[in-house]
Design a protein around this ligand. Structure first.
Ligand SMILES: [Zn+2]
Length: 507
């Protein structure tokens, strides 16, 4: 009894000391997450654990309204904090009390709670808003894409601002509930599992849940009229695919590609380990843009990905991201090679599987087809800069770097690295430097020179990525080979390139 009294007194004292002496100990949180490429993206001073997004959308007018409830924990004593958002805000509440708010910059929403937030305390932030997202331009564009029958939110690195307020940086991942009411006859597609669809007074509310941590740019929303297919993979994973009803001549090729999602996830699991999420699928809305995006568990494809016929290669690319990018996310946008290099390399493996060119042949082809003075080699995949974040070099040179790693450590260690990495950082974040350290640990080899040459030097490496015992491509020969002949273009090459060659169409 006496001991308990002492403990109580000590707790009371520490509680007292934890409360700062005055309001000056509370400071505004930073307006950015500290990303060198995008200094204002994300924010400082708190972490989000969950987003509950509850909206109503009218496709006829593009009017979106509703609330987002954010569960956060303060990591500093906060007098104020920011969210990233582009629509008009009507009301903000923090822990039930009205908060004052202001906007600044392109997408900053500054929130001053009635009572400051102590470090370590939890906050429930409710933001009520409305807007016409397709008319709201930030940095000259909107990631809210209109379709003939609705709209789609998809874009990288920006897409959240046009439909929910967030801490918009991949280093802060959270679970999501997305519930959207649309006029009867329309459907809503989002991430994870569809947990309900109920109609009342002419409106249907669709509720989706993603129960694993998800980066904000990997959240997606589509409203429109879709044909839906559902299935379960041999490994027991629920598959949900959706195709706009007006895909026209691209409809069959889209289905012939995306309907192989379950099979391809199982195939990729052989290389990358257990699939990290509770559902999978893709959707093809009738958008004009040309890119695809690895939105978590529910990949966004544009119809143009299938305009030249069936393309399983793009499906492999986006599904590979579920491990490399979605489950293991970049710590900073400069780590983008961890996403695109590996998703592109998965396409190389698929090409090999389909007898349309081995990974080595594809790597040789990339190496040989870009002369030393090609701007392609001026991009460093390990730190490409914001302007070149999605340049071909990040994908193609990035994948050749992975083939060089494979040749340096041998197939046994290489495939252990490929499978071990997603398990090592599952649902987390990592850097290129973390990957190098992991590859060195698994292989027992020093890889500093290899990473410097292939990822961090703005020049064509002197020799191609040769397998052990084989002759390297000729040093300095722009045509790649001593005889001046380009290697034959691998059969899979054009399909592989289609994955991202249309990306620039966005903005
Ligand atoms: Zn990609």
């Amino acid at each position: 009894m006496r001991k308990r009294l002492i403990v109580s007194a000590a707790s009371a004292l520490s509680l007292f000391l934890a409360v700062p002496a005055s309001a000056t100990d509370f400071q505004p949180g930073a307006a950015g997450a500290g990303d060198s490429y995008y200094p204002t993206y994300g924010n400082g001073g708190y972490r989000v654990s969950h987003y509950d997004i509850r909206l109503k959308y009218q496709p006829a007018t593009d009017e979106l309204e509703g609330t987002t409830t954010i569960l956060a924990t303060a990591t500093e004593n906060l007098s104020r904090f920011n969210l990233d958002f582009a629509l008009n805000v009507q009301e903000v509440r923090v822990n039930g009390r009205p908060a004052t708010f202001a906007t600044s910059g392109e997408q900053e929403l500054e929130i001053t709670p009635a009572r400051p937030l102590a470090k370590g305390s939890q906050a429930t932030v409710v933001v009520r808003y409305k807007g016409v997202p397709s008319t709201v331009k930030k940095y000259g564009f909107t990631a809210w894409l209109r379709t003939p029958d609705g709209a789609v939110a998809a874009g990288e690195p920006e897409s959240a601002w046009w439909w929910f307020p967030s801490n918009d940086h991949p280093s802060d991942k959270a679970t999501f509930d997305v519930s959207v009411q649309v006029p009867d006859g329309n459907q809503v597609i989002s991430n994870g599992i569809l947990t309900g669809a109920t109609s009342q007074a002419g409106w249907t509310r669709y509720s989706w849940r993603e129960n694993k941590p998800q980066a904000t740019y990997l959240a997606t929303l589509a409203v429109g009229k879709f044909d839906v297919t559902t299935d379960t993979t041999p490994s027991g994973l629920p598959v949900y695919n959706a195709y706009s009803k007006d895909l026209g001549e691209n409809a069959d090729a889209a289905r012939a590609s995306v309907e192989r999602t379950g099979e391809l996830v199982d195939w990729l699991s052989g290389y990358f380990g257990d699939y990290p999420f509770s559902s999978v699928g893709g959707y093809v809305p009738n958008v004009k843009t040309g890119f695809a995006l690895e939105t978590q568990t529910r990949v966004f494809y544009s119809p143009r990905q299938f305009a030249r016929g069936t393309n399983t290669s793009v499906v492999v690319h986006e599904l590979a991201h579920q491990w490399y990018g979605d489950s293991v996310s970049v710590s900073h946008w400069s780590d983008i090679w961890l996403n695109e290099g590996f998703a592109r390399y998965a396409q190389f493996l698929w090409s090999e599987h389909e007898n349309e060119g081995t990974a080595q042949e594809l790597a040789d082809y990339v190496y040989a087809s870009h002369p030393a003075d090609d701007a392609f080699w001026s991009v460093k995949p390990g730190d490409p800069g914001a302007a070149d974040q999605f340049s071909n070099a990040v994908y193609d040179r990035g994948a050749v770097a992975i083939q060089a790693l494979r040749n340096a450590v041998g197939d046994d260690a290489f495939f252990r690295i490929l499978k071990g990495w997603p398990a090592e950082h599952r649902y987390g974040n990592a850097t290129v430097q973390d990957f190098q350290a992991y590859a060195e640990k698994i292989s027992g080899k020093k890889l500093g020179d290899l990473f410097t040459t292939w990822l961090f030097t703005a020049a064509k490496p002197a020799t191609g990525p040769a397998p052990a015992g084989a002759a390297s491509l000729a040093p300095g020969a722009d045509a790649g080979r001593a005889d001046g002949q380009l290697p034959v273009e691998p059969k899979s090459w054009k399909k592989i390139q289609e994955t991202n060659s249309l990306h620039d169409a966005e903005h």
